[in-house]
Design a protein around this ligand. Structure first.
Ligand code: ATP
Length: 347
């Protein structure tokens, strides 16, 4: 069992607030992803849970016990970093075994534990190699095995895939997902990559400048972003956002007119996803094509509206030229509306 509670947790250095009022319960065995741009406070939050950083406000509880003053080694958490932090003079076997030795675990059980952990990350054949003789992906798997071997209650992973090339990232991501399922351990995973967040998480926490913007399942966050920041951070491409005005139930912006909008008059931001719009003979947006990108399984068309680039996903066989005029139809139920000033969702 490892339920983690963050009760109004904050981190300040002097007057600078790194993390503000973080309040969340992470369920036993949940895979929680902290997502946000560089500097938003993800790593600091995780380091506070690990005990590597003091908490300046609030309380952290693991299984109902306040751990604010507990040393990292007494928290039963294992951390995997983006820099693998392996010992260069030890081979793979010794690297994986190291946490068992440090913790004084009965030496008779080491061999079996090390081999089991190595086998889970498919390193059986590399046990005698030194880190310098491994690829980046293999080194990262040693780091994972070294965390697994401890059989911790909580895994903390800080951008574990960021040093891997794109292809290896995808396969290692799948392996982490499979491992977390097999080990059934509470996992907190930090990334700035929204695809990693969407594919791995039970729940995602989106952060900006130390403040939690939204907590939800990947689907909730994708389908109902709480504000324009979340909308523009999640999805590839991100949600289209068009600043305009509602008057008499009609939203207007450059090249854009959407009728039947049940909002009071005033400035608002319209949002919709590229895949929810369709190219049609007539539409709410009519504008010249700015770019056409062939993606293989689809064609991405974009037009410029005000300062914003608006993307529409078309069939893979769709062909057109830059500057051709197109009409984009957006079903009303696929439209999101956000307050112009605060960016908060209003409909
Ligand atoms: P990244 O993805 O770049 O690692 P992050 O979201 O993990 O970013 P943090 O490392 O948690 O961000 O940092 C949050 C903020 O706190 C940043 O603005 C950072 O500059 C600041 N910060 C981190 N450590 C300290 C420190 N020891 N003293 C002062 N400010 C710090």
């Amino acid at each position: 069992m490892a339920e983690i509670q963050l009760r109004n947790v904050g981190k300040r250095w002097g007057t600078f607030v790194g993390v503000h009022n973080f309040d969340l319960t992470i369920a036993d065995r949940e895979f929680l992803v902290l997502l946000g741009p560089s500097g938003c406070g993800k790593t600091t939050t995780m380091r506070m849970i690990a005990g590597l950083e003091d908490v300046t406000e609030g309380q952290i509880l693991i299984d109902g016990k306040v751990v604010n003053d507990l040393e990292p080694k007494d928290r039963d958490v294992a951390m995997v970093f983006q820099s693998y932090a392996l010992y260069p003079n030890m081979n793979v076997y010794e690297n994986i075994r190291f946490p068992l030795k440090v913790r004084g675990i009965d030496a008779a059980s080491h061999d079996e534990k090390v081999r089991r952990a190595a086998s889970m990350v498919e390193l059986d054949d590399f046990l005698h190699r030194k880190p310098a003789e491994l690829s980046g992906g293999q080194r990262q798997r040693v780091a994972l095995a070294r965390a697994i071997v401890r059989e911790p209650n909580v895994f903390l992973m800080d951008e574990p895939l960021s040093n891997l090339d794109a292809k290896l990232r995808v396969s290692t991501r799948a392996q982490i997902k499979n491992l977390s399922h097999e080990l059934a351990v509470t996992t907190i995973y930090v990334t700035h990559d929204q695809i990693e967040a969407m594919t791995l998480a039970d729940r995602v926490v989106v952060m900006k400048k130390g403040i939690v913007q939204q907590v939800g399942s990947p689907t909730e966050i994708y389908d109902h972003p709480a504000n324009t920041f979340v909308a523009s951070f999640i999805g590839s491409p991100a949600m289209n956002l068009i600043d305009g005005r509602v008057e008499g139930g009609v939203f207007t912006a450059q090249h854009t007119r959407v009728e039947g909008v049940a909002l009071p008059d005033g400035p608002v931001t319209l949002g919709f996803r590229a895949e929810d719009a369709v190219l049609a003979g007539q539409g709410q947006i009519e504008a010249p094509i700015y770019t056409i990108e062939l993606l293989g399984d689809a064609t991405m068309i974009s037009v410029r509206i005000g300062g914003a680039l608006v993307s529409v996903k078309a069939d893979k066989t769709y062909r057109a030229e830059i500057d051709d005029r197109i009409a984009v139809s957006i079903p009303v139920e696929a439209c999101h509306f956000f307050a112009a000033e605060s960016g908060e969702r209003i409909a």
